[in-house]
Write a protein that binds this ligand. Structure first.
Ligand code: HEM
Length: 149
């Protein structure tokens, strides 16, 4: 198994980065859709239904498959011999931030269900602030994995 993962290391890493880009695009865009949904569209209108469709498709067709792929290729990299040294700090900061990113994904999923049921209670300002969460986590992840402190 170790030999197989080592042979495919660069391919795995390339697929990991492609999945990450797709996941992050959605993590940045869905909260923006929520901001417009609250502030411009409101609820119970035909445009609100259009937004509900866009939000559902973004989450189900792009973000969730991209998150699963990111985890699969990321864990394949973790199990590739010689890639992760758990005695240094960066794998731990990366793991913590990745768990935070996964929590954020699920939080967005719950908020999407609120919009679907016309019972969103959060303001546009709240969604704008939450939009900073993936930015901060992304900085922690990229600095961890590139600087390898
Ligand atoms: C979901 C769970 C994840 C796991 C288990 C994971 C694990 C890993 C591992 C072990 C590597 C290999 C490091 C190396 O080759 O030296 C890697 C590379 C990388 N990861 Fe992740 N990762 C995950 C999520 C993410 C996320 C969310 C991002 C971005 C926001 C990300 C960005 C990157 C980048 C850019 C690289 C390439 C770094 C390089 O080789 O220069 N990863 N990941």
């Amino acid at each position: 198994m170790g030999d197989f993962l080592a042979d495919w290391y660069l391919w795995t890493k390339a697929l990991h980065v492609v999945s990450v880009i797709s996941w992050m695009a959605g993590l940045f865009y869905l909260p923006r859709l929520f901001v417009y949904h609250v502030e411009v569209v409101g609820s119970g209108t035909p445009t609100s239904e259009l937004f509900q469709t866009m939000e559902r498709r973004l989450l189900r067709a792009i973000m969730t498959p991209a998150m699963v792929a990111t985890w699969i290729f990321g864990l394949a990299l973790v199990f590739t011999p010689g890639i992760v040294d758990w005695s240094v700090i960066w794998p731990w900061t990366k793991a913590a931030a990745v768990l935070g990113m996964t929590w954020f994904h699920h939080w967005l999923g719950l908020r999407r269900k609120d919009f679907m049921a016309d019972r969103n209670s959060l303001s546009g300002r709240h969604y704008r602030m939450m939009n900073e969460v993936p930015t901060i986590l992304m900085l922690v992840i990229v600095f961890s994995v590139i600087l390898k402190f």
